[in-house]
Design a protein around this ligand. Structure first.
Ligand code: 7TS
Length: 411
């Protein structure tokens, strides 16, 4: 097993000063940094193998195609899918969820059907469904949350019913730090002949994902939140659904025969991948998966939980800090949304940046959640496995300094 104290060395970007202080990067829920192992693969690909995939017979094209398809196999193993035909490369979680609303939605959703999401969803797991229900005369319903930010399972039993056609939920919240009981919710969905769609953007980078064990019908995630490049992501779907769905985009690469007035598609997964794909991105995502596997997803999860158990009590000790989501560190992931009494979260984030500590402030692309919690915004520190207890200490010190700075009502 890799020693977590030396892992930082793999991430060159972390070794810089911001505002004359060593950088502490705690905005990993937005995007993660990239290790040299992934950067090297990107550079190696463009320096040695760059060619278009699935069309050339020349050596570079064969190499590029092989690497691209090997990467699909790495993704399959990473999420424990049955076959590579069920692994579609996308631009990211947002694209995957939009494809589903278009493709699955257009094929299967009827007037009067209900689509169930929750109040904690990211906008990319809300808006595509708003658009779909409008096109179809269907209805969008929200699962309520408990005070600590868990899905209210008693309410879920009522809301997920025979009218439900789709249940689409985040596995891990990008604000509250909760892990949702997807397996149980998938059972509720299936008992009502609905499909279970999982927004895995904040889960795939941090814990073992087994789509078969969860019995998810679809699972979307982004490469850039798990040490891969931007512009590459994955949509997993069970073959039985993907076979029945139409592609969302049409053009090169995805066709079998093109006649003057109609065409036929390639088999899965290629029928969904129109145009030249993000070849380098997919290959680098494969390298990111190799990198994560070498550390071990279980180890990553445990290490991050250790960091949370270290930082949450210290945050609470500061006084005047409200922490959202579960109060028990064991139930809280490395995403920690908080507010400082009487200080606007944007001022908190700016003050922390002055200390070299990068956090996000705002609504975190979850405006319905902010309204539900009656909050204009929060600050958010989000940890990854390359963060350390020293990073946590720097965060705490910077928050204390911020509190001190604003104590005379300097806002
Ligand atoms: N779903 C969740 C739960 C997310 O956290 C995000 C991005 C997305 C979907 C969209 O992913 P994308 O890669 O397609 O953009 N979340 C955040 C965030 O919390 N701060 O910046 C982006």
């Amino acid at each position: 097993m890799r020693d977590f104290s030396t892992i930082r060395k793999d991430f060159p970007i972390l070794f810089q000063e911001v505002n004359d202080e060593p950088l502490v990067y705690l905005d990993n829920a937005a995007t993660t940094q990239k290790p040299t192992q992934v950067l090297d693969v990107l550079r190696h690909y463009y320096e040695n193998d760059n060619a278009n995939v699935h069309r050339g017979v020349h050596t570079l094209a064969e190499r590029a195609t092989e690497d691209y398809e090997n990467s699909r196999e790495k993704v399959r193993a990473f999420i424990h899918a049955k076959e590579t035909a069920e692994v579609l490369f996308t631009r990211g979680t947002t694209t995957g969820l939009n494809w589903l609303a278009r493709s699955y939605g257009d094929a299967f959703i009827k007037e009067g059907d209900e689509i169930v999401i929750s109040y904690m969803e990211h906008h990319s797991n809300i808006i595509p469904w708003q658009q779909l229900v409008e096109r179809k005369g269907a209805k969008l319903r929200y699962l309520p949350l408990t005070d600590e930010g868990f899905i209210d399972m008693a309410a879920a039993k009522e809301i997920i019913n025979e009218k439900t056609a789709i249940v689409s939920l985040a596995y891990v919240s990008n604000v509250l730090g909760v892990i949702n009981p997807i397996k149980e919710l998938a059972e509720m969905a299936h008992a009502n002949d609905a499909v279970m769609i999982v927004d895995g953007a904040q889960a795939a980078p941090h814990m073992t994902v087994d789509v078969q064990e969860l019995d998810a019908d679809f699972f979307a995630f982004s490469g850039h939140k798990m040490c891969g490049p931007t512009g590459i992501g994955v949509l997993y779907g069970k073959r039985q659904w993907l076979e029945q769905m139409e592609p969302v985009e049409f053009g090169g690469e995805m066709i079998d025969f093109v006649n003057l007035y109609d065409s036929t598609w390639k088999e899965l997964p290629w029928k969904f991948e129109a145009g030249t794909p993000n070849i380098a991105g997919a290959i680098a995502l494969g390298a990111a998966i190799d990198y994560l596997n070498e550390i071990g997803m279980e180890n990553i999860h445990h290490y991050e939980q250790e960091l949370v158990a270290y930082v949450l009590p210290k945050l609470r000790e500061i006084g005047g800090v409200t922490i959202y989501g579960p109060q028990d560190p064991e139930q809280h992931t490395g995403v920690i949304a908080f507010n400082l009494e009487n200080i606007h979260p944007h001022d908190v984030a700016t003050a922390l940046d002055m200390e070299g500590v990068a956090v996000r402030a705002g609504h975190h692309c979850a405006q319905p959640l902010m309204n539900y919690l009656n909050l204009p915004a929060t600050a958010r520190a989000s940890f990854y496995f390359y963060n350390t207890k020293e990073d946590a200490d720097r965060l705490i010190e910077a928050i204390q300094a911020t509190k001190e700075f604003f104590k005379d009502g300097a806002i």
